[in-house]
Design a binder for this molecule. Structure first.
Ligand SMILES: Cc1cc2nc3c(=O)[nH]c(=O)nc-3n(C[C@H](O)[C@H](O)[C@H](O)COP(=O)(O)OP(=O)(O)OC[C@H]3O[C@@H](n4cnc5c(N)ncnc54)[C@H](O)[C@@H]3O)c2cc1C
Length: 382
């Protein structure tokens, strides 16, 4: 047996890579996770910790989200970590009748699954969020939503994976793939080679750059998303608050700010999102983004003058051509699996990661997992 040989090599140590390392190790599969920087230093480092439900785009996707949402309150016990689970709910504001109408059906989708969601008339919004200036809002939807500490979410999976025997190597940037026939038999970092039966790309926004190295153009793009966190403040906001159009702008082609605002239990306000198109990954906060978020926040909360901002950040926000995750075997190679472009990552990664482990271990490329088939990369290579 060659040195550095594992059953599974996971490339990328974000939420997805950490959850996968945990489930493979739990299934007693020898696993190594290679991360180019620190774990959860990619898009996972930007995450607000929302367990979004209302943003599910189809009833089918909502079912996966609901499954994750129902499991998350117990995940902390499984991973032996306090995930700081709570239920702030989400209030999404609408500024056009047309947009509102196109979202009202989601209330029924949620109710069908036993989840709370209701329409809120404009004149009632003040009763729910007294400090909010909702301007000429035509109505809002109040929907069930959870929240957890995103750092602990990634860390919980990682430390449990390690405990079960997974090998974690940080500062191990995968630079090359070792190919024999139509198989990736190993990968190379600048200092080491690692060999594996199955190779999994859990590299989020970086996935397209890696598949280019093996001649595959995977349609995964990203925008640059920016956010900030304030000093602790007295209670000013009671739900997560968002303006409609968040995912239109996350996937969009113009510079825009779509407000997402939540107040953590420690009093800090997490304020997002300034979005702009990007074709290279660049992590600095921009000169337009920070003032633009600030101005938007003050339109909605005029009393929030002169608050101090503790930290700003920027991360690539990845998405596929059809905005669905990309999960499954890459058709060009016999043993290369993609697990990227997650949408509503926190509620879905716990569900998808278990399904992915079962799918990979079913050992047969041609056995499609019914659950994962809609997300297969094959859909881009017909
Ligand atoms: C501002 C912001 C707020 C968000 N808020 C939420 C939220 O509240 N709720 C929610 O569910 N989602 C949220 N998201 C989305 C969520 O954070 C992401 O979907 C999720 O973190 C993606 O995880 P991942 O593991 O797929 O990717 P990543 O976390 O990006 O992990 C990929 C990893 O691969 C590594 N890598 C890349 N190339 C290589 C290589 N060659 N070798 C080795 N390693 C490599 C990278 O360093 C990185 O750590 C938010 C996103 C943004 C930008």
């Amino acid at each position: 047996m060659k040195k550095n040989t594992f059953d599974v090599i996971i490339i990328g140590g974000g939420f997805a890579g950490c959850a996968l390392a945990y489930h493979f190790a739990k299934a007693r599969i020898s696993t190594i996770l290679l991360e180019s920087k620190h774990v959860c230093s990619g898009t996972s480092s930007a995450c607000a910790g929302r367990v979004q439900i209302f943003d599910s785009e189809t009833p089918e996707y909502l079912k996966i989200v609901q499954q994750g949402y129902s499991e998350l309150p117990f995940l902390g016990d499984e991973l032996e970590i306090d995930l700081e689970w709570n239920l702030p709910d989400d209030l999404t504001l609408f500024y056009s009748e047309e947009q509102l109408a196109s979202h009202l059906e989601k209330i029924a989708w949620m109710k069908d699954l036993g989840l709370n969601a209701e329409f809120v008339k404009p004149e009632k919004i003040k009763e729910i969020e007294p400090c909010l200036n909702s301007g000429n809002c035509v109505g809002a939807i109040l929907a069930e939503e959870g929240h957890l500490n995103p750092f602990k979410f990634g860390w919980g999976y990682l430390k449990s994976a390690k405990k079960l025997g997974a090998v974690i190597k940080c500062f191990s940037n995968v630079e090359h793939f070792i190919i024999e026939d139509n198989k990736i038999v190993g990968v190379k970092t600048s200092t080491q080679s690692y060999f594996g039966k199955y190779i999994i790309l859990a590299t989020g926004a970086w996935t397209g750059f890696l598949t280019q190295k093996i001649g595959v153009q995977l349609p995964i793009s990203f925008t640059k998303a920016e956010a900030m966190v304030s000093e602790p403040l007295p209670k000013i906001i009671h739900h997560h608050l968002g303006t409609n159009g968040f995912y239109d702008s996350v996937h969009g082609e113009i510079k825009t700010v779509t407000l997402g605002l939540g107040q953590h239990n420690n009093g800090c306000l997490l304020i997002s999102n300034a979005i702009q198109p990007a074709n290279k990954i660049e992590r600095t906060s921009s000169a337009w983004g920070m003032p633009a978020i600030n101005q938007k926040m003050r339109e909605f909360f005029p009393t929030l003058n002169n608050i101090r901002i503790m930290r700003t950040w920027s991360a690539p926000s990845p998405f596929s051509k059809d905005y669905q995750p990309i999960i499954g075997w890459l058709p060009q190679f016999a043993n290369l699996y993609i697990a990227s472009a997650f949408h509503l990552a926190i509620p879905t990664i716990p569900v998808f990661s278990k399904q992915i482990v079962d799918h990979v271990l079913s050992q047969n490329h041609n056995v499609a997992s019914d659950f994962l088939e809609p997300y297969s990369p094959k859909r881009f290579f017909k």
